[in-house]
Design a protein around this ligand. Structure first.
Ligand SMILES: NC(=O)C1=CN([C@@H]2O[C@H](COP(=O)(O)OP(=O)(O)OC[C@H]3O[C@@H](n4cnc5c(N)ncnc54)[C@H](OP(=O)(O)O)[C@@H]3O)[C@@H](O)[C@H]2O)C=CC1
Ligand SMILES: CC(=O)C(=O)O
Ligand SMILES: [Mg+2]
Length: 762
């Protein structure tokens, strides 16, 4: 926040439009008079009476179970000091916002005029009926310790002072990982803690419980080193007083120290102090908004440092935002009576472990990074990593159950996982199921365009995630250079340059020649074609040297699909190939076809396409409900397009009576069962919406899926090429890394299905 325009931006952000950052939104329909009689008098009396009979029913009929109070008296707001309750409100609204966006927890922020322990405790205690939990925030030490102690003892809902425990959990996880990277042992590190307030005391207690030795640490407050001789210290701080006599100030303490933890005020540490630290030092300068030492200054002071701050604009943000949303989520979901040590420790290890797992591409994109991975600049997960909710909340909930403070028990952890994910509004369950299926039997996938960064990045992800074993085609030096430049590590991955290959190319060329010699291809031309990586990759799949081919990122569709058709060919009993998109939408998955290959199919061709797509949807364990789309409903319009779709439906009904299919119909009738039932009660599609939409032309299908992507916010997975004997999948020109990974996953599952079909006993 040191740049003037940033300061103005921050003020504008808060003042613009509706002032502040939070509003209250109704969760029930309020559209009619009936809705309002249910929501308020007289209807509301019913839940009131139920709760009066059984107070636990408050969790059933009100928002209590998902409502947290963020409460402050404004006495230690960030590192800005005692600036009062009103001035603390932007921070508390900010915490509310973070609770909501990261863990779907609703918050009332309460800024109270209460300085004494008694006043504060009395106010908060009186709020117990309203809230499912209490997050104490930015209350200065030492009052905060007594306030928290009393509230925990006197209340029956979880209470946590976030500056103490949230910070302790995150920085504990960061310390474990930083020590691992720097080759230091927790029970040997020499630690300097600057600050002796709420956060510093609690963090230090956490480090001790993680293995740090008390005799190896020193602590400072604003008046200097904590020593037993000081008469101004309370018992809590005296507990951290050092016996060391060789230190008179912070600069002395930093000499030879392994770790510095700052939870004090901005700019109190100098580069010289960092230079005097031991080899491979760890510096957590966590004061907000200004850290104890500026990030760039610290990094410039020495090469072997691990540096973290509490800020979001530098690597390694050690900030309690990684903890409080998920800790409360887990606690609320099991209706815990407290947040105990077991739950905190579970959160520490969940966060520390998560940092070692491969980072999802969405996180790289969110931070404009290409390859975040565990190391000096990535010691803990990034706040926008959506895996935090499943990893941390589930660990906390489990620890609450195991330690006996849960009033509700979770038994189906998979279902809980799904619930957590859908809280963030992106429940791609089908895609996750497909990914899990791919992981059960990973296949060898050859990437035709491996001299491309996005392809290599996707190859890295599918290898790390154990979805597939990549085989890379392209110039070996170029591929290795791109991997090196982007710190990709694909281990002993097979890299093949078709232009340099001899034996295998010879075999492939001979095969191509034999297959196509009566279609005008000479052996010389076949050899030349084999230097094209789409031909080469298709031959690898044909000869069983790979299980699937991924191609097309940089080429047009036709020139990518042609080699596959020539070399691998179409499945027995099928007259054509077709393309399908899996559309992941807010309303669940839908399948669109043909969006890729057949430009203006005839009625019979539409039937062929429908049969192919219907079968593929069924292979994903989804009951296909197919609508043949048009601009007409069951004969309401004449014209070439409605007539051909009508004819297709007639053939489908005759030849495939078991298939759930109907049409021709407009898209809204296909997707809205009551509209369909009201107007066309005879439709065989009645009851549920269609999930498989067959378009009359390629143009219609292509336009529809792109509109869904751009306006409807749907994720499009595809084009999934259907009807080839062996799996070849063609990327859209310019696909993102995520889209490539999705296609590889689909290709692996396709290979599994085709492999099982070809070797039924395998
Ligand atoms: N990154 C994160 O997630 C978090 C960061 N913080 C940051 O940590 C800092 C402290 O917060 P919190 O513990 O809640 O506040 P407190 O007011 O409870 O504690 C502040 C402590 O810092 C000491 N202090 C102030 N200035 C100096 C200085 N120049 N040298 C040494 N010690 C100093 C104070 O000393 P004395 O006791 O003598 O007054 C006090 O012990 C804030 O900057 C806050 O933003 C806090 C929570 C989370
Ligand atoms: C992050 C936080 O809670 C603080 O700086 O106070
Ligand atoms: Mg705080």
């Amino acid at each position: 926040m040191n740049k003037p325009n940033r300061k103005q931006d921050a003020l504008n952000y808060h003042a613009k439009g509706r002032p502040g950052k939070i509003q209250v939104v109704p969760t029930k329909p309020t559209n009619s008079q009936r809705d309002l009689t249910l929501a308020y008098s007289p209807g509301v009396a019913e839940p009131c009476l139920r709760i009066a009979e059984n107070v636990e029913d408050v969790y059933k009929y009100t928002a209590k179970s998902n409502l947290v109070a963020v409460i402050s008296n404004g006495t230690a707001v960030l590192g800005l000091g005692n600036i009062g309750p009103e001035a603390s409100k932007p921070v508390m609204e900010g915490k509310g916002l973070l609770f909501k966006i990261y863990a779907d927890i609703d918050v009332f922020d309460l800024e109270v005029n209460a300085q004494s322990v008694d006043d504060f405790v009395n106010i908060v205690k009186a709020l117990e009926p309203t809230f499912g939990g209490v997050n104490l925030e930015d209350i200065s030490a030492p009052t905060c310790f007594e306030i928290e102690r009393r509230l925990k003892a006197e209340m029956n809902i979880p209470v946590m002072h976030d500056d103490q425990h949230g910070t302790a959990i995150i920085s504990g996880a960061a310390l474990i990982n930083a020590c691992e990277i720097q080759g230091k042992k927790l029970d040997e590190i020499k630690l300097v803690v600057n600050g002796a307030g709420a956060a510093a005391v609690s963090c230090t207690k956490m480090y001790l419980s993680l293995g740090v030795k008390k005799e190896n640490l020193v602590m400072f407050d604003i008046n200097g080193l904590l020593t037993p001789e000081r008469t101004d210290l309370d018992e809590i701080r005296l507990d951290f007083a050092t016996q060391r006599k060789d230190i008179s100030n912070l600069a002395d303490a930093m000499k030879g120290a392994d770790v510095f933890v700052g939870l004090s005020a901005g700019n109190v540490v100098t580069p010289d102090m960092l230079i005097s630290m031991a080899k491979n030092p760890i510096v957590f300068a966590m004061a907000n908004p200004e850290p104890e030492i500026n990030y760039d200054l610290a990094i410039a002071s020495r090469d072997d440092i691990i540096m973290a701050t509490g800020r979001s604009d530098f690597p390694n943000q050690v900030n309690n935002v990684l903890g409080f949303p998920y800790i409360f989520r887990g606690a609320l979901d099991v209706r815990a009576t407290a947040i105990n040590e077991e739950m905190k420790i579970a959160a520490v290890y969940a966060i520390a472990e998560m940092a070692k797992k491969p980072v999802p591409e969405a996180v790289n994109l969110a931070y404009d990074m290409t390859n975040l991975k565990f190391g000096r600049d990535y010691i803990i997960p990034k706040p926008m990593d959506q895996r935090l909710i499943t990893e941390v909340s589930a660990a906390v909930a489990k620890a609450a159950i195991d330690s006996g403070v849960a009033r509700k028990v979770i038994t189906d952890w998979d279902a809980y996982n799904e619930e957590l994910i859908s809280r963030l509004g992106n429940n791609n369950k089908l895609l996750r199921d497909i990914t899990n299926k791919a992981k059960q039997s990973p296949k060898r996938v050859v990437f035709a365009e491996a001299d491309n960064y996005k392809i290599l990045r996707a190859a890295q992800i599918v290898k790390d995630e154990k979805i597939a074993t990549p085989i890379l085609l392209g110039n070996v030096d170029t591929i290795k250079r791109i991997m090196r430049d982007n710190e990709l590590d694909l281990g002993d991955v097979q890299i093949i340059d078709p232009k340099a290959e001899t034996d295998r190319s010879e075999k492939f060329a001979q095969f191509l020649f034999e297959k196509r010699q009566r279609r005008g291809i000479t052996l010389f031309e076949a050899k030349k074609l084999l230097t094209d990586r789409s031909y080469y990759g298709a031959c690898m799949v044909q000869f069983g040297e790979a299980d699937a081919l991924i191609s097309g990122l940089t080429k047009n569709y036709v020139s990518t699909i042609k080699p596959a058709l020539q070399i691998i060919g179409i499945e027995e009993g099928i007259s054509r190939v077709a393309g399908m998109y899996l559309m992941i939408t807010q309303k669940g998955p839908f399948f669109f076809g043909d969006t890729t290959v057949n430009i203006n199919p005839t009625a019979q061709e539409l039937v062929d396409i429908t049969v192919l797509i219907e079968k593929s949807v069924a292979q994903l364990n989804i009951q296909p409900r197919v609508a043949i789309l048009s601009y007409s409903n069951f004969g309401s319009n004449d014209g070439e397009l409605p007539e051909k779709t009508r004819e297709a439906v007639k053939i489908l009904h005759e030849k495939y009576p078991e298939m759930i299919v109907d049409g021709e119909m407009q898209a809204n009738f296909a997707l809205n069962p009551s509209l369909l039932a009201d107007n066309f009660p005879f439709s065989t599609l009645n009851g549920k919406p269609a999930n498989t939409l067959i378009f009359p032309t390629l143009e219609a299908g292509n336009i529809a899926y792109k509109l869904m992507q751009e306006i409807g916010g749907a994720e499009a997975v595809g084009p999934i090429l259907l009807g080839l004997k062996k799996p070849v999948h063609v990327l859209q020109l310019g696909s993102s890394v995520r889209e490539i990974v999705n296609m590889v996953t689909i290709a692996v599952v396709d290979a599994q299905i085709k492999c099982a079909k070809n070797n039924p006993k395998a």
